[in-house]
Write a new protein. Structure first.
Length: 266
């Protein structure tokens, strides 16, 4: 509704055209400014609750001036009440609470008003207003559910992206990373790649170098696990000294190249 009936149907506030006029004499119209109209609508929509200065300050920012906000608010409220009295209102519309805000006067009752409604159907005004109120409530709920739906979809997309990233970055199993148990060398358990034969030169040479060089982990301890594999660009082998099984992500493995001679890629 763009119009409101105030003071028990004695004063009409036309918010669309920004004016006051007596309900029984629409020709005696009193114009309001855009700022006065915005302040009055904010107070009317509060339905008798206190409207704090912080909520009204946004309206005054639309019309910048050097006059302090508190003085402008006091002047605006006083002017609204003066214009209402000029339109034959029986009293003030708005009461100001200094330094806090303003509130609708106690003697003011507010009802939406529609010129299309005939005089015979004015008694049914409350029946017509109730469905409109319900419709506003339903719209608000729909907006709330829509916002929740957007948030749920956003969270699901994040979870899906995390799963895809984890799948793409996780190590994949192939022939070059599958190992079989070979045995033990002192306190170290030895594994060799499935592509290598246990009696092959690569395996035996790596074991010989392991016995001769006795490599240690950075902390000086003997590696509990040794993984032997064929290097891509080296004649002999590459090996890994590991604290935990290589299949684990946090295996603390250290690459140990047992040959430094290189050949071109095939």
């Amino acid at each position: 509704m763009a119009r409101y009936v105030l003071f028990a149907k004695s004063l009409c506030f036309d918010a669309e055209h920004q004016m006051f006029y007596p309900l029984n004499s629409s020709t005696q119209r009193v114009a309001l400014t855009t700022l006065q109209c915005a302040v009055l609508r904010r107070v009317l929509n509060a339905q008798g609750k206190l409207v704090r200065n912080q909520a009204l300050h946004v309206l005054f920012q639309r019309e910048p001036t050097d006059v302090p906000f508190a003085d402008r608010l006091t002047t605006t409220i006083a002017e609204i009440n003066r214009l209402a009295l000029h339109a034959h209102a029986p009293g003030a519309l708005i009461h100001q609470v200094p330094l806090i805000g303003c509130v609708l006067a106690e003697q003011v009752d507010v009802e939406p008003y529609n010129d299309i409604v005939s005089v015979d159907s004015e008694a049914k005004m409350s029946v017509i207003v109730q469905p409109a109120t319900r419709m506003k409530t339903v719209v608000a709920k729909r907006k709330s559910w829509l916002l929740r739906g957007v948030l749920v979809i956003f969270l699901l997309l994040n979870v899906a992206l995390a799963l895809v990233t984890r799948h793409e970055l996780a190590p994949t199993g192939h022939a070059g990373t599958n190992y079989i148990s070979y045995g033990h060398e002192a306190q170290t358990q030895v594994f060799i790649a499935e592509s290598l034969m246990p009696n092959s030169f690569a395996v035996q040479d790596a074991l010989r170098r392991f016995r001769d060089l006795k490599p240690h982990l950075p902390d000086g301890s003997t590696p509990p696990l040794l993984y032997i594999n064929r290097a891509r660009t080296r004649i002999f082998t590459s090996a890994f000294l590991c604290v935990r099984p290589m299949s684990q992500k946090n295996n603390e493995c250290m690459s140990w190249m047992v040959s430094a001679q290189e050949i071109p890629d095939a």
